[in-house]
Design a protein around this ligand. Structure first.
Ligand code: ZN
Length: 77
């Protein structure tokens, strides 16, 4: 696990990007089944995980972001 740009290793920044399209002028509970249109609801929320080098701010790192996320979850105090 190291940065492909500067060679930094050891610790990396985990970026979590979440975007949600929220409709405010419709009732929260329209009576429809919550599982009615899962595809449409999925398209209104997008999220991504990115690993970034803290030394050079490059995202070209040989680190799996999901590995960082599981490590962060396991080491939180
Ligand atoms: Zn770097």
């Amino acid at each position: 696990m190291s940065c492909n740009n500067c060679g930094h290793a050891g610790s990396f920044v985990l970026l979590v990007d979440l975007a949600a399209l929220v409709t405010l002028d419709a009732p929260a509970n329209s009576g429809a089944s919550p599982d009615a249109e899962p595809d449409d609801r999925c398209r209104q929320r997008e999220w991504s995980l990115t690993a970034r080098c803290p030394a050079c701010d490059s995202t070209d790192v040989a680190v799996d972001a999901t590995t960082l996320l599981s490590r962060a979850a396991a080491t939180r105090s």
